[in-house]
Ligand binder design. Structure first.
Ligand code: COI
Length: 353
């Protein structure tokens, strides 16, 4: 079915100036869904490439009850943010990284994927069409959620006969209710998020529902989130339910190497590069849980959570406490400075709209 063409990309550039902000209390933004005006959709069948997409009013989509995504979880998502600068320009952060990661995930799940250009163009159109929803500078960002789903019907297990690429967006503030305050993590020693040869390294939708039980139990005990261990030896740390983890010991920064069981976060990658340009040694390697417990400083990274310091880790009834050191603050200031256009982007990471 075809969707109405709402507006051409060119006319979008001048269509919304941001002066007509919607009625949102920008100071109260958390990470909840605020529905915006438009979403982007593009469809293709399994034997063709994505070719033409368009904006449509944000709303429910129609799906066959026997669609691949509903029955067999054939779906991927991405997350990235757009910031509004003081001068009114808009900035995206490394959108090609999300496009490439979606392609890698699509290959693993036997799905058609949009090209990098199609992905980035769809993200740009979605941001411009929803420009009035981008928080004022310093008040948050527009979180952009691209989805790729097996939307065609089938009964036996097989790749779906057609695919839908969809992008929607919501203004957001801090992910955790603690805001930027340090978080408390509980190490989960029974349930796992990922296994060797599995899909922990791609952003499939099916990596997320399985963390809910551990996360709900941890939250009920007062923890912010859970940290998962490798499922083979239960010895090395992997990632939390929504983010990657870093430790600092004697000024050396380490983070678990990805090896297919850990998501290769765009923020993770960027933090590694920024820390190295500051002259720090960064190691991507297996990290035994005992090393985490003995670290000087710990922080988590992710698009939604940005860089969040960790205050404590609890493992088998033992609790390790950490100071919020200068380094994670420095990394945060540098990363967000680039993302918000407050610092010169020497890395060439931002895309201006
Ligand atoms: C992100 O940080 O963008 C994520 O995808 C995490 C999500 C579960 C909120």
């Amino acid at each position: 079915s075809t969707l109405p063409v709402i507006c051409e990309t060119n006319s979008l550039n001048s269509s919304s100036t941001g002066d007509d902000y919607p009625d949102v209390n920008w100071d109260e933004l958390g990470f909840g869904l605020t529905q915006t005006d438009y979403m982007y959709m593009m469809r293709c069948s399994e034997d063709e490439k994505f070719s033409h997409g368009e904006l449509a009013p944000y709303g429910n989509i129609e799906l066959s009850p026997s669609s691949g995504v509903l029955n067999y979880g054939q779906g991927l998502f991405e997350g990235l943010k757009a910031y509004r600068k003081q001068d009114g320009k808009l900035l995206l952060f490394r959108p090609e990284e999300n496009a490439l990661r979606m392609q890698i995930g699509a290959e693993r799940l036997c799905m058609r994927a949009p090209s990098v250009d199609q992905f980035v163009n769809a993200v740009k159109q979605t941001v411009l069409a929803n420009k009035r929803w981008i928080p004022p500078p310093g008040k948050g960002s527009l979180y952009i959620r691209p989805l790729l789903i097996g939307s065609g019907p089938l009964l036996g297990i097989a790749p779906a006969p057609d695919y839908t690429f969809l992008v929607y967006a919501s203004p957001v503030g801090s992910y955790f209710k603690e805001g930027r305050a340090p978080i408390n993590l509980l190490v989960e020693d029974q349930m796992h998020r990922s296994s060797p040869g599995g899909t922990g390294g791609i952003k499939t939708i099916t990596n997320y529902a399985p963390v809910l039980k551990a996360q709900c139990e941890a939250k009920a005990k007062g923890y912010t989130d859970v940290l998962f261990l490798d499922c083979v030896k239960k010895a090395n740390i992997e990632e939390a339910s929504t983010c990657n983890i870093f430790i600092i010991k004697d000024n050396i920064i380490s983070t678990p190497d990805t090896q297919g069981t850990i998501l290769s976060g765009v923020t993770r990658k960027s933090v590694i590069d920024i820390a190295r340009t500051f002259g720090y040694q960064v190691k991507e390697r297996p990290i035994p849980i005992e090393e985490l417990m003995a670290a000087d400083e710990v922080f988590c990274t992710g698009t939604a959570i940005v860089i969040t310091p960790v205050s404590s880790i609890t493992y088998l009834g033992r609790r390790a406490h950490y100071n919020v050191g200068e380094l994670s603050q420095k990394l945060y200031a540098n990363l967000t400075g680039i993302q918000m256009g407050l610092l010169e982007d020497k890395m060439g990471w931002t895309v201006e709209l």
